[in-house]
Design a protein around this ligand. Structure first.
Ligand code: ARG
Length: 458
């Protein structure tokens, strides 16, 4: 009648819970293809270095190709409690297929420490390239929409209070240019992800003079990790991806929030397509912007991946420690979250409809108060003074219950005698927008220029 722990001590095995706690096969199996590609490159380089024979390499390559096929067709049988991770699982299966004598040579001079980062870097590089394409698609859709709907004018907001008239396209491009910077940043991240760790060994390097450049070339890496200790320890390529994605999702989140507001009955600037909204189980009239709310909400999850993994790395001693296995799951979930989010955002934007009438109806003549001040500036009055005068016009309008554009010429002159008849021309939203014609402004020419800048980046 032994207690569980006594039995464990007698049998000398791992605690069954520890086995589960330790293994990563349930999530790193997604890396099977990268693991096999890396092993083939490693075996080829070992053959080149004379560590294994040509014939042995061919057996290993053929065997690994069969293992890959088993994964791809879903017949690979994981041995519970034995296949700790994708690396050990693939090697175990290779031994069964080609015999342990030759399979046992594959791992010569190699460590799982370099293997796992090789797999992760290959996987992440390809995933980030796909994300790069999705992001570019989003920019295309944004730019096309901005071009097509350039004549729509709506209120621009600060503090969520009506501020100045802007083009709807200018609002769109305000996010588009932020996403364009995300794209630039992503391209830099990909460059740093795409470095080859193979040949780093467990930490000290490879003892058989293996040709690292050859492996890097075969795997499509842009270069090497130049210090073997750093090579196995470094997860900055994951951290940086998570930081990048957290910032991107923060941009997505703000964009989604604007659209949620613009889609309310109170605003009514946009209407989501049915494909991206849902009804209520109780209230038949409801049309909820679930897509946008999830885009807003998933920012928290993306930030969590980043903060969590940064914390896991804090204070780790040199080189590989098992803590680093905690980089894999956040990376996988983060990439899926970001990739799906960009594609959903694209769908939402491509299918929503705008309401030019509601946008225009939300404009208020008092939003032209700055234009009154600017009018007097053009007559030579110092801005600090014109700002004050314009404020008195606003007050007069409020006092008399008249919209500011309906104050009489005499009323304007009563406030300041430098007003002339042409003050009436100020009260035109389209003219107001067109006056912002310096680069980056909301005039038509400036908006078209922004579209050009974005397209040049793609
Ligand atoms: N599954 C491990 C990871 O993801 C692979 C590396 C294991 N290396 C080791 N020395 N235990 O980090």
């Amino acid at each position: 009648l032994l207690a569980d722990w006594q039995r464990l001590v007698l049998l000398g095995g791992l605690d069954p819970l520890m086995v589960k706690y330790n293994e990563s096969i349930n999530f790193d199996r997604i890396l099977y293809k990268q693991d096999i590609r890396g092993s083939i490159a490693y075996a080829r380089a070992n053959a080149e270095a004379g560590i294994i024979s040509r014939r042995e390499f061919e057996q290993i390559e053929k065997g690994l190709q069969q293992v890959e096929k088993e994964w791809a067709t879903g017949i690979f049988a994981i041995v519970p409690g034995v296949d700790e991770d994708i690396h050990t699982a693939n090697e175990r299966r290779l031994g069964e297929i080609i015999g342990k004598q030759v399979a046992g040579k594959l791992h010569t001079g190699r460590s799982r420490n370099e293997q796992v980062v090789c797999d992760m870097r290959l996987w992440l590089r390809d995933e980030l390239r796909a994300i790069e394409r999705h992001l570019a698609d989003l920019l295309h859709v944004m730019a096309a929409r901005a071009e097509r709907e350039i004549d729509l004018v709506m209120p621009g907001y600060t503090h969520l209070q009506r501020a100045q008239p802007i083009r709807w396209s200018h609002w769109l491009l305000s996010y588009c240019l932020v996403f364009a910077t995300d794209l630039e940043h992503l391209r830099e991240v990909i460059r740093r992800v795409n470095r080859c760790p193979l040949g780093c060994g467990a930490l000290a390097g490879n003892p058989f003079a293996i040709d690292r450049d050859m492996m890097a070339r075969e795997l499509g890496f842009d270069g090497l990790l130049w210090n073997s200790m750093a090579g196995v320890a470094d997860r900055d390529f994951v951290t940086e991806t998570l930081q990048w994605g957290a910032m991107l999702m923060q941009h997505v989140s703000r964009w989604a929030e604007d659209l949620i507001i613009y889609s309310t009955a109170e605003f009514g600037f946009v209407r989501l397509a049915d494909a991206y909204s849902t009804g209520s189980s109780l209230m038949p009239q409801k049309k909820n912007p679930d897509s946008l709310e999830l885009l807003r909400g998933k920012c928290g999850r993306a930030f969590g991946h980043m903060a969590g993994f940064m914390m896991s790395q804090k204070g780790l001693p040199s080189t590989y420690n098992k803590d680093l296995q905690e980089s894999v799951e956040p990376m996988l979930d983060h990439v899926k979250t970001v990739s799906d989010s960009i594609q959903v955002a694209n769908g939402v934007l491509a299918t929503l409809t705008t309401d030019a009438g509601r946008m225009r109806a939300a404009l208020d003549p008092s939003m032209l108060a700055t234009d009154i001040a600017d009018y007097l500036v053009r007559k030579g009055v110092p801005f600090r003074e014109t700002h004050h005068i314009s404020g008195r016009c606003v007050a007069k309008a409020e006092e008399t219950g008249t919209p500011i554009n309906e104050l009489s010429y005499d009323q304007f002159c009563g406030i300041d005698n430098r007003f002339e008849k042409d003050i009436a021309d100020v009260f035109d939203y389209d003219m107001s927008v067109e006056r912002r014609s310096a680069k980056g402004g909301t005039s038509k020419a400036s908006v078209l220029q922004q579209i050009k800048v974005i397209r040049e980046m793609l």
